[in-house]
Write a protein that binds this ligand. Structure first.
Ligand code: SAH
Ligand code: SF4
Ligand code: F3S
Length: 441
């Protein structure tokens, strides 16, 4: 009997990449590959990479290096490096020079050609690379997708980014902003709901600028409104929102619709107007706080954010402005990052901050946010929350978990059969951001 070939995908980075990996899996399944039980057993290993921070890159190169040993055992093994890091200038050369055992390099705009790349390597046994130079390639609508979650489905609404925040590599590795047609998005959502998915997450680097690049009368608020008209019980989330394009219309639709979650991820990045300007974020602290006031009119809304500390030239006062904004807004959660210099970006040319100061600042910020998250969590105790059960808890046997409408993770003991169902849970305790509860029967 011929052994079925298997694949292993190692995914780094954001939700966009997680979803791209589902498309990569779709291509591999169509080629007759099945998922490998373990990386050491795979016939093809794909690294779907990220380069948002230096730490991500270092980790990926370490993992690529670790696969060399598998090639000694399995001479037919194919190793591919795809995605954002691969799209960066000079990376293909670095891989060829220092990681000569890698067979395929495909940029983030080229992974749909994985099938041809594999065929080429199998027949010619020669290195294959393809890095798209056109920053605005046409959207591929016909890609196979192999989704592994039966509850939540990712749906792209835009690709790329035009914002060029001065610290960020994404516009250089993901190309210009391109919106998917509203029809394609709505058709996909309806199909997914018919297939039994209960939660849809709309994906884009800046979902609020949806259709700005198109000659039609659509925008993000209109898309949400159309989604809210779809019948059936399901949830819609979206990420990421950019404060410069977020508006009252979106707040109103969230308020009115039962299918749009009361959860907004609105990255602020800094509380200092001077730093926001240097970051090229195109809004002020005051504008951001005004948006927060509007969003807070949504009952029980959960607001989360991203913050960078140690941006070039950030002074003690700038950092204090960030701390005071965090205190004022009281985010339910914040993703906090130490600024990482990315070559080719504007901020890489600015005077940099020393490592120790960055470390001290991130620790102070994390401590403050943890305190706030914990305090907010306490308010849930004793309340009944509707949860969409999503998965088993990977660490504790018998525990299943899901989220509240506003995005809080809730753990409770229950039957796996409940995955995919909406259930009422009474919250009994809170551990920092995660809540614990019991079925309310
Ligand atoms: N498009 C989204 C986020 C993309 S990247 C947005 O604009 O909000 C996710 C987060 O990574 C960013 O919000 C930012 O906080 C962080 N990030 C991006 N570049 C970074 C860098 N060079 N160093 C540290 N953090 C960075
Ligand atoms: Fe990066 Fe800014 Fe685009 Fe987000 S909006 S991906 S932070 S350039
Ligand atoms: Fe995402 Fe990293 Fe690319 S954050 S868009 S995978 S650089």
């Amino acid at each position: 009997m011929i052994k079925e070939k298997s694949y292993y995908i190692d995914t780094y980075g954001c939700q966009m990449n997680v979803h791209d990996s589902e498309k990569i899996a779709g291509i591999l399944k169509e080629k007759g590959y099945k998922p490998a039980d373990d990386i050491s057993q795979a016939d093809i290993i794909i690294f779907n990479t990220c380069c948002i921070r230096e730490t991500a890159e270092k980790k990926i190169f370490g993992s690529i290096g670790n696969t060399k040993k598998y090639k000694k055992v399995n001479k037919e093994l194919i190793i591919a490096v795809v995605g954002c890091m691969a799209q960066q200038e000079g990376i293909q050369e670095k891989i060829q020079k220092s990681y000569g055992f890698v067979d395929i390099v495909l940029g983030s705009l080229n992974f749909h050609n994985l099938s041809d790349a594999i065929d080429s390597v199998l027949t010619k046994r020669k290195f294959f690379a393809q890095i798209e130079k056109d920053a605005k390639p046409a959207i591929k609508e016909d890609m196979p997708i192999y989704r592994t979650s039966g509850v939540n489905a990712w749906v792209n609404i835009t690709y790329g980014c035009d914002n060029f925040c001065s610290y960020c590599i994404v516009p250089y590795v993901r190309g210009r902003e391109r919106s998917r047609s509203p029809q394609a998005v709505l058709d996909e959502i309806k199909r997914l709901l018919d297939e039994g998915y209960r939660e849809i997450t709309l994906l884009g680097q800046n979902v609020n600028s949806y259709c700005n690049d198109m000659d039609n009368n659509w925008n993000f608020a209109k898309l949400l409104e159309e989604i809210s008209k779809i019948n059936g019980k399901f949830r819609t989330r979206f990420m990421t929102s950019h404060p410069k394009d977020f508006n009252q219309e979106i707040v109103d639709i969230i308020k009115q619709s039962k299918n749009i979650c009361k959860s907004v991820h609105l990255p602020v990045q800094s509380g200092s107007n001077r730093i926001l300007k240097l970051m090229n974020r195109k809004y002020t602290r005051e504008h951001y706080l005004e948006l927060i006031d509007h969003i807070n009119t949504i009952p029980k809304v959960g607001i989360t954010t991203d913050i960078i500390v140690g941006f070039p030239t950030e002074t003690k006062e700038d950092f204090e402005d960030t701390l005071s904004l965090v205190e004022e807004v009281r985010f339910s959660n914040a993703f906090t990052f130490v600024y990482s210099k990315r070559s080719g970006t504007k901020a890489a040319e600015m005077p940099q901050i020393d490592k120790l100061t960055k470390k001290k600042r991130i620790m102070e910020l994390v401590a403050l946010q943890n305190k706030i998250t914990k305090e907010i969590s306490q308010d849930y105790i004793g309340k009944i929350e509707e949860i969409l059960v999503e998965d088993t808890n990977p660490k504790i046997k018998g525990v299943i978990c899901g989220r509240t409408d506003n995005g809080r993770l809730v753990n409770f003991y229950g039957d796996k059969k409940l995955i995919g169902e909406f259930v009422d849970i009474k919250i009994t305790s809170a551990k920092s951001s995660a809540l614990w509860g019991e079925l309310n029967v």
